[in-house]
Design a protein around this ligand. Structure first.
Ligand code: TXA
Ligand code: MG
Length: 327
């Protein structure tokens, strides 16, 4: 459990229901440079005004990010995205096919309104139009693009409910919009369009197979579980529970608790999807790891998950959660 800061960094965190008054209050907080967590279909995001260096700096501080990784900038619609990024024909095809929705596009930046800190000094920008109405209403109300990483302490599991956000960040941020749990439960897929065609930077909520129905997408070699310089935010250990994690487990060892997929791991405490449904497993993943962690388990043994569709992104998150903790 993170410690609550004292002194100048301490903030009283309001948990606000998603009424139009609540969204209005949250939008005003964002405009004033505050930090507001809000629901999206992937995971809960921690928002700050992406045009304000000060607001973005306080966002990094609240998360305790060890370095300034570039952030995803959330906008209301494609028209807004075109103000901040340069979209080629491929980018436009992807935006039309998947926005609003769980796809992030990294494109050359347009203009200088987006904070340099939010871009980590890069000449590209990551843009996404979230699928949840509450999120788009908040961004529209704020009238600014919103930088929003997942609303967790750096390196920890991404939150999929307002309750998870409070457990991570209470006392460090101004407000949490208390909406629905995130339906997908895995971060957006990230595709870069930097002149050399579409390239997958992070597997995520839109399966590669679906992206490839729209445009050709290349996948850098050694994608899963590797640090990629082109996506500087991809720390090796990430999305990590406190407990150790053993992957591809086909049986339980003494002292382990089991997390199953498709009913293959006998004695497991929990199954991400007894019927072997990858979408159901994605939606349960971070919740299940959080719960098993809270149960005091020392090691979580995870059953194999097939490497196709959403399984690609699930295995990416599991590989990071199991990676050596050196940051
Ligand atoms: O589903 C999601 O995408 C969630 C919700 C809240 O929308 N957001 C999220 O943001 O996962 P974050 O900050 O945790 O992920 C940002 C990642 C970075 O780790 C980095 O790899 C990549 O996006 N990124 C951002 N800007 C980039 C850029 N200009 N070039 C390459 N990668 C970039
Ligand atoms: Mg994150």
């Amino acid at each position: 459990m993170p410690s609550t800061p004292q002194g100048p960094d301490a903030r009283a965190t309001m948990l606000v229901p998603v009424t139009s008054a609540g969204i209005g209050l949250a939008a005003a907080k964002l405009r004033a440079g505050g930090l507001v967590a809000f629901p999206t279909e992937t995971v809960y995001g921690l928002g700050a005004d992406a045009t304000s260096e000060a607001a973005v700096a306080s966002l990094y501080a609240a998360k305790g990010r060890p370095r300034f990784n570039p952030l995803i900038i959330h906008v209301e619609n494609l028209q807004a995205a075109l103000q901040y990024g340069v979209f080629d024909a491929t980018a436009l095809k992807l935006a039309h096919a998947f926005w609003p929705g769980p796809l992030t596009l990294v494109v050359p930046v347009r203009g200088n309104r987006i904070s340099l800190l939010a871009r980590a000094g890069l000449d590209t920008v990551a843009l996404r139009v979230p699928g949840v109405d509450v999120a788009r209403a908040l961004i529209a109300g704020a009238g600014v693009p919103v930088a929003a990483p997942s609303a967790n302490r750096s390196g920890a599991l991404s939150p999929t409910s307002a309750r998870d956000v409070m457990a991570e960040l209470e006392g460090r941020i101004d407000m949490v919009l208390d909406g629905q749990p995130s339906a997908i439960g895995l971060e957006s897929s990230i595709v870069a369009l930097r002149g050399g065609g579409a390239e997958l930077l992070r597997p995520g909520a839109v399966a590669l197979e679906k992206l490839r129905m729209v445009v050709p997408v290349s996948v850098p070699a050694a994608q899963v579980g590797e640090v990629r310089p082109s996506a500087p935010g991809q720390l090796k250990s990430h999305y990590a529970p406190r407990a150790g994690l053993r992957l591809h487990a086909t049986s339980l060892r003494p002292g382990e608790v089991g997390l199953d997929f498709g009913g293959v791991l006998s004695g497991a405490s929990r199954d991400l999807s007894p019927s072997g449904d990858l979408a159901e497993a994605a939606a349960q993943l971070f919740r299940a790891l959080r719960d098993l962690d809270a149960s005091g388990a020392q090691v979580i043994a995870m059953a194999p998950v097939p490497q196709h569709g959403l399984g690609f992104a699930i295995n990416d998150r599991l590989a990071r959660a199991a990676a050596p903790r050196d940051t």
